[in-house]
Design a protein around this ligand. Sequence first.
Ligand SMILES: NC(=O)c1ccc[n+]([C@@H]2O[C@H](COP(=O)([O-])OP(=O)(O)OC[C@H]3O[C@@H](n4cnc5c(N)ncnc54)[C@H](OP(=O)(O)O)[C@@H]3O)[C@@H](O)[C@H]2O)c1
Length: 452
Amino acid sequence: MKRKKTPETPDVCVPVRATTKKKLKERVGERHPEDLTGKKKPEACEDVLLKKKKRKEKPGHVDDEESADVVESRRSGELVPAGTEMDGVEDEEEEEELSPEEMRVLERKLKKIRKKEEKKKQKEEAKGQKATPLLHKTDRLYTNHVTGGSCPSKARIPGKTVVITGANTGIGKETARELARRGGRIIMGCRDMGKCEEAAREIRGSTLNPHVYARHVDLASIKSVRRFAEEINREEDRVDILINNAGVMRCPPGKTEDGFDMQLGVNYLGHFLLTNLLLDKLRDSAPSRVINLSSLAHAVGEIDFEDLNWDRKKFNTKKAYCQSKLAVVLFTRELARRLEGTRVTVSALHPGVVATDLGRHTGMHQSHFSSTVLSPVFFLLTKSPELGAQPGVYLSVAEELAGVSGRYYDVMTEKDPAPQALDRETAIKLWDISASLVGLETTVSPPSSPSL
Ligand SMILES: NC(=O)c1ccc[n+]([C@@H]2O[C@H](COP(=O)([O-])OP(=O)(O)OC[C@H]3O[C@@H](n4cnc5c(N)ncnc54)[C@H](OP(=O)(O)O)[C@@H]3O)[C@@H](O)[C@H]2O)c1
């Protein structure tokens, strides 16, 4: 209720009506600063019109702001004190009530406004629909290739022994740390014992798992790989998980101790030999798992049986890396086939794009421009080694992967590898050549009725 003082009746209560055109404008204006001529919100007009209609329909209707005592006095037939609603301003306003014509005009305006609003809404929705799939795709791309997320399995591995190569830095070190955190016994195989001891100490400290050990292995040396395998076979009761992680990418032309191309030798041949030498242990520890770090780069790889080690043709470091990672996928599939029924499973993995030292031989790490100007951009497109380790951890522990073998994973999603990685003949030929190159007299033979 509002009180108005008039000169005649200083203390009389006057109800203020909102049913007049002026009041109506004021009320709409109060809620919406835009004027009534086209810009106000349609709901506001609608509200007013509806209220107005209802009031009209109601017998003996009274306005919202009308005072309870005036209503009461009306009902009881009492006279309202002089100078109240019949007086001055109020009387004038009563006469200005919206006419049916004005109501129609207002309704027409309301219709127009609502039409406009509807069109605007439709436009926005259409825009949204266009934008959503792209955003969704970008988001998925970002999630899969850049972040990839964490291993969904919380499985712990107490009593299990993990052997992991190249574990002093990057993906290998973080994989070792995560598996140590989950209670495993971790054997870190590295070529630099200083770095390896230091990393092992750090992992023991951060996980409070004392069973993290540093061992020497140089994947660029058959002798070293044999010695490492012998040590493990002699000292360890079991090997439940073997992670062939060590790698070099796009290094300058160079050969391993045994004359193999450096990338083929470290990334593939060294691991081919190591895995074969640990197979009895893996079989005895079954169910056990072998995880081979490959790369998306395998997709453009080609196996050149005529010149595997780049002895004759002009060296191309990119192609050499891609060939080595294709060899890893072919090896994974062939080993899985040969191990059918043994409960030793094998997987190949592209871990995503991870910010590690892997690119140390590339222009990115060497040029000042790249490392200062491009590296912030690169940083946005890569994930941390901790996240980069998650796919390997997933393949090592995920319960749902028990018994699953011979598959290729892009981060944590199983994918078809490139067609050239599916070629059985190439895989068998590569196996035989590799066995002879590394001097393996006997290797596991393929099953008589293969299902892979
Ligand atoms: N980072 C990525 O975006 C990415 C993408 C696809 C695939 N991958 C694969 O993931 C694996 C791990 O790479 P990363 O990114 O963690 O690289 P990284 O940080 O460079 O780590 C590579 C590890 O391999 C070791 N290593 C190199 N040559 C060796 C040898 N002859 N003997 C023993 N160890 C050797 C390195 O030891 P030193 O420290 O002594 O050199 C290091 O511990 C590699 O197989 C790589 O091809 C990585």
